[in-house]
Every structure is written in structure tokens, then in C-alpha cells.
Design a protein around this ligand. Structure first.
Ligand SMILES: NC(=O)c1ccc[n+]([C@@H]2O[C@H](COP(=O)([O-])OP(=O)(O)OC[C@H]3O[C@@H](n4cnc5c(N)ncnc54)[C@H](O)[C@@H]3O)[C@@H](O)[C@H]2O)c1
Ligand SMILES: [Fe+2]
Length: 370
């Protein structure tokens, strides 16, 4: 990959009506979404497309069994495009459904079948976190091992990313908070990654600026500010997605996977559990590198947003969502070495770290968060 790439066409829609008028989902299209999103935002349009609800095939975030079950129901339908209207779960599942040449998704997950695109994919995020609409990766839990793994490749890029702020109107606060923390972490990890460069930094810093500004509004004015801020945070999540699609994300994500896989903690929440520990460790290990610029940038956004003088990013995040300890999720202390081993195995992610981290450092960070 070169220095920078954005593959999907990105369209910003001023309303849901304009989105439907312009992209016209029809009888040769299928829609993958959640029932709550369909009822609130799509039902009234009487679409002629076949509609699939992801949750009918399994609860929570994507797994091989969920994808295989949808695939079985879709296989006899003739269609050209898939509209994925939902959070990262719906988008990631749809990315895999847009591929061809496999009967069981594990064949692709295990690298036995290369990912090849069959259907056009229109990705419409309804959370403000993952950036999956602009990335070339889908994350799946392997049901048997409870391990989260990625399928990556050019074929995984959606063809179009449509940003429709109307669709976030009724997003529950909890999902707003944790998905946007995920987007913030994408931007921070991307900025610090070895492949970060002046172009990805533009996307990462603008994402951080928008999200921190939105959080200051919410911390000051309460959760009613979510509605006013969510269009800006939606755009920020796409910008952060563009940044990390080019640089990768690192240790925060690697450490979150065992917690997400084994205890089914939502992706953004699981990342939040480790953000502070990883950033503190980075600062200790190399305080004069890019982390210094990043901390100055965040401090400046806090000042511009008139945050109280002593407020840190950690304080602001605590006002957005409570930070829990691993024991609060039911994790047992004796599992921590196993967690550290699983995180160490995420080589795809750990190579994107600001500084290399050893097994014992990962274990210490898990222990500090216990
Ligand atoms: N492919 C990538 O680049 C990438 C990057 C980061 C994360 N991910 C993956 O994304 C998944 C997490 O996605 P997420 O954080 O968006 O959460 P999610 O897709 O799991 O959605 C969380 C909940 O919000 C509900 N919801 C979504 N939009 C709604 C709306 N507008 N109104 C009401 N309810 C709504 C969903 O039904 C679900 O119950 C994880 O599986 C993670 O691994 C992928
Ligand atoms: Fe993420």
C-alpha cells in the first residue's frame, strides 16, 4: 500500500429522504439492517428490496455462525447491491456477504479462499464509531475459540459510503458514547502508528478535534447535546476510519479483543478499558516522540473548548462513560496471563504500536486495569 488511499466513494446526505431518492434501493438490492433501525428510518419508504435483520441470525457482534446463517438464507436471491444500514456489526457482516467463492466463512477467515468481491456494497453507518464504511477489514469472532480475527483485503472495501446523520437521531446514548470512543481511539492510535504520515495525521487530528469538542458540549450541557453533536461525530468517525485504514491501530485494540471475545463486552467499551493504560505506558517509554505533539494537540482542543484548566482527556471521557475495571466484567485474575498471550498473538495490530510492547508489559497493563 502507498502512503494514502481512500477506496469508497463517500457521499454526505442532508437527509434520509435525499439518500433514498438518490441511491434508490430497489428489487435487485438487499438491505441488511436491524429491526429498530428499519422501523424508525426505512419502513415508511416501502422499499421493494429484500430486508434481512442481522439480529435474527445471532446476538451481539459478528461471528462465523451469524454470517453463515445469513449466507444460507440469501444464497438463492438474485441481487446486485447490498445496502448495509447499521453499526459496525451490520457493516462488517455485509462486507463478507458481498464476497464470493466460499460456502463457510471460516474458509476466508483461515485464508483458504481469497476474498473476491461479487456484489456492490453501499455502507451506511448508523453508529458513530467504527469507520468500517471506509476500511478494508471485517472483524469476526470464531465461535469455537471465542477469538476475534480480521479478514482484510481490497475486496472488503465498500463501494460507496453514505453518511446520513438522520439515521443517528434515535441512537441510544450508550451506543453513541462507546462507538464514538472507538472512533477517538482509532484516531489516537493512527496518529501514533509508525505508518502515520502528514496526510493520515490530517484525518486523525480533525477526528480528535470534533470528538473532544462534542464531548465538552455533552459534559457541560448533558446528554441532550448528543443530537446536536452527532452529525459532527459521525463525520469524525469516518475521518478516523480513513486515518486508521492507512496506518492500522495498535495495542489498545489488541488488548481489547480477549475481553470482547470472551466476555462479549462491546468493541468501543472494551477499547476504552485499555486506552489510559496504553497511553501512560507509551508516555513512560518515549515521552519526547509523537505522543508529546498529540498530548499538546488534545490539550489545545480542551483549552479552546473552555474546559476547566485541570481537565485531562481521561477526566472528559469519565464524564461521557464510566470506566470499569476488568473484574466488573467478571474477568478472573488468573485469566490475565491468557489475555496477555492472546493480545501478543495479534501481531497484525501490535506492529502498529508507538513503541514495541513486551508480554510482561501487556500483562502489567491488564493487572493495572483489573
Ligand atoms: N471493519 C472495521 O474497520 C471495524 C472497525 C472497528 C470496529 N469494527 C467492528 O464493529 C463492531 C462494533 O460496531 P458498533 O460499535 O457500531 O456497534 P454495533 O454495530 O454492534 O451496534 C451496537 C448496537 O446499536 C444498535 N444500533 C445501531 N445503530 C442504531 C441506531 N441508529 N438506532 C438505534 N440503535 C442502533 C444496534 O442494533 C446494536 O444493538 C464490532 O464487531 C467491531 O469489531 C469494525
Ligand atoms: Fe475499533
Amino acid at each position: 500500500m502507498g502512503t494514502f488511499k481512500v477506496a469508497p466513494e463517500i457521499e454526505l446526505f442532508e437527509s434520509a429522504d435525499r439518500f433514498i431518492e438518490q441511491l434508490c434501493p430497489g428489487p435487485r438490492d438487499v438491505v441488511l439492517t436491524n429491526a429498530v433501525i428499519y422501523q424508525q428510518h426505512l419502513r415508511a419508504y416501502n422499499l421493494k428490496s429484500a430486508v434481512f435483520f442481522q439480529e435474527n441470525y445471532g446476538a451481539g457482534e459478528p461471528s462465523d455462525t451469524m454470517v453463515n446463517a445469513i449466507l444460507a438464507d440469501m444464497k438463492d436471491l438474485p441481487f446486485d447491491r447490498i445496502f448495509a444500514v447499521g453499526g459496525g456489526t451490520v457493516l462488517d457482516v455485509a462486507k463478507i456477504l458481498s464476497l464470493s467463492g466460499f460456502k463457510n466463512v471460516l474458509e476466508v477467515l483461515h485464508g483458504q479462499v481469497p476474498p473476491v468481491k461479487l456484489h456492490r456494497l453501499v455502507a451506511v453507518p448508523t453508529t458513530c464509531g467504527t469507520g468500517s464504511e471506509v476500511t478494508n477489514i471485517a472483524i469476526l469472532e470464531e465461535t469455537e475459540s471465542h477469538i476475534k480475527k480480521g479478514i482484510a483485503g481490497t475486496a472488503l472495501f465498500p463501494d460507496q459510503a453514505a453518511l446520513v446523520p438522520d439515521f443517528l437521531r434515535d441512537l441510544p446514548y450508550r451506543f453513541f458514547a462507546f462507538s464514538s470512543i472507538d472512533a477517538l481511539i482509532h484516531a489516537l492510535e493512527s496518529y501514533l502508528a509508525p505508518r502515520s504520515n502528514p496526510i493520515t495525521e490530517l484525518f486523525a487530528t480533525e477526528a480528535v478535534r470534533r470528538i473532544v469538542t462534542a464531548y465538552l458540549d455533552i459534559a457541560g450541557q448533558g446528554q441532550t447535546a448528543q443530537a446536536r453533536q452527532s452529525p459532527s461525530v459521525l463525520l469524525a468517525s469516518t475521518l478516523a476510519g480513513i486515518a486508521f485504514a492507512n496506518t492500522g491501530v495498535g495495542a489498545v485494540h489488541a488488548m481489547s479483543y480477549p475481553l470482547g471475545g470472551k466476555y462479549h463486552v462491546a468493541h468501543g467499551e472494551a477499547n476504552y478499558a485499555f486506552l489510559g493504560a496504553v497511553m501512560e505506558r507509551y508516555l513512560e517509554r518515549n515521552p519526547e516522540g509523537k505522543i508529546k505533539q498529540l498530548n499538546e494537540f488534545v490539550a489545545n482542543v480542551l483549552r479552546t473548548g473552555r474546559a476547566p484548566g485541570t481537565m485531562t482527556l481521561a477526566d472528559l471521557l469519565a464524564a461521557i462513560a464510566p470506566l470499569k475495571r476488568l473484574r466488573d466484567y467478571g474477568v478472573k485474575e488468573e485469566e490475565l496471563p491468557e489475555f496477555a498471550e492472546a493480545a501478543m498473538a495479534q501481531e497484525r495490530l501490535l506492529k502498529n504500536n508507538y513503541v514495541a510492547l513486551s508480554y510482561s508489559e501487556l500483562l502489567q497493563m491488564y493487572q493495572s486495569r483489573y
